[in-house]
Design a protein around this ligand. Structure first.
Ligand SMILES: [Zn+2]
Length: 276
């Protein structure tokens, strides 16, 4: 049994100078591959269920899958809700056995974001569950633009909400398919100077590997969310497997062939967040 909370993996990361990957799952095949990768690397992993995952599979089913994998794993595994937009979805996740919830109030005015996040952090903590919040707004590639995190607002947010982890907007963008961007290190330094809360980078796929490595070791960023780059590997492996034999129709046989490529790609991701 190695199901743990977000706080239980991020506090050691903060002290030890490394980061933990929040890997975006869409189904059984990728979540199983991510746990296999974490076991091969001997490091903790955060399995995340975001809005598109939940649209496909109900939260109680996802909670049971995460818990089943965690209980059989040799490394710590966090069952995390990504981008919960309402108190209700966070409550259902907690009732479904998740050990961590992210409440995303980042589109709301500051006072509202703080008040709602604080209430959800309190509900989560009462259930022994961790809570992540977001301050500033992390935009979407080809969609909504970002609003960079103001360090003073981040300090206030951390103080008044009691969150265990704080997602910040420092040049990161969701759904990036290349690594042309990179993070605004001056803004990261200004934020970490005024708070002790572990920081989270959403849209980690767009961050170059060298910068991931450097920041994992030398900043208060303790969690990088990685989705797009692993979804691309899964999709490519699935397409190849489906096209390899036009006679084949059994989906388990086809899906099996995604396992090794996804494990290999996830191992590369996990390696970049390790300590020195
Ligand atoms: Zn996100």
């Amino acid at each position: 049994m190695s199901l743990v909370t977000l706080k239980e993996v991020l506090q050691p990361a903060l002290k030890g100078g490394y980061a933990v990957a929040g890997l975006v799952t869409l189904g059984w095949e990728d979540m199983r591959a991510y746990v296999a990768a974490a076991e091969a690397e001997g490091c903790p992993v955060i399995l995340q269920a975001g809005p598109s995952c939940r649209e496909h599979t109900p939260l109680p089913v996802l909670g049971a899958m995460f818990r089943h994998l965690a209980e059989g794993a040799s490394v710590p595994v966090v069952a995390h809700l990504d981008h919960g937009y309402t108190a209700e979805v966070c409550r259902i996740a907690i009732d479904s056995g998740f050990t961590s919830v992210m409440f995303d109030g980042s589109r709301k005015p500051l006072a509202e974001n703080i008040a709602e996040t604080a209430a959800i952090a309190e509900m989560a903590h009462a259930a022994g569950v961790s809570c992540e919040g977001e301050i500033g707004f992390v935009g979407y590639s080809g969609g909504e633009g970002s609003a960079g995190t103001d360090p003073e607002e981040a300090a206030q947010f951390a103080r008044e909400t009691g969150v265990d982890a704080m997602a910040i907007s420092v040049g990161n963008v969701h759904l990036q398919q290349d690594k042309q961007g990179g993070l605004d290190e001056a803004r990261i330094r200004a934020i970490e100077a005024v708070t002790e809360v572990p920081l989270v980078i959403h849209g980690g796929s767009g961050v170059p590997l060298a910068q991931r490595r450097a920041l994992a070791r030398g900043s208060k960023i303790c969690k990088f969310n990685i989705g797009t780059e692993l979804r691309m590997v899964f999709g490519e492996a699935l397409r190849e497997a489906a096209n390899r034999d036009p006679e084949r129709f059994d989906r388990v046989q086809i899906l099996k062939e995604t396992h090794d490529p996804v494990v290999a790609a996830a191992r590369t991701v996990l390696q970049s967040f390790k300590g020195a």
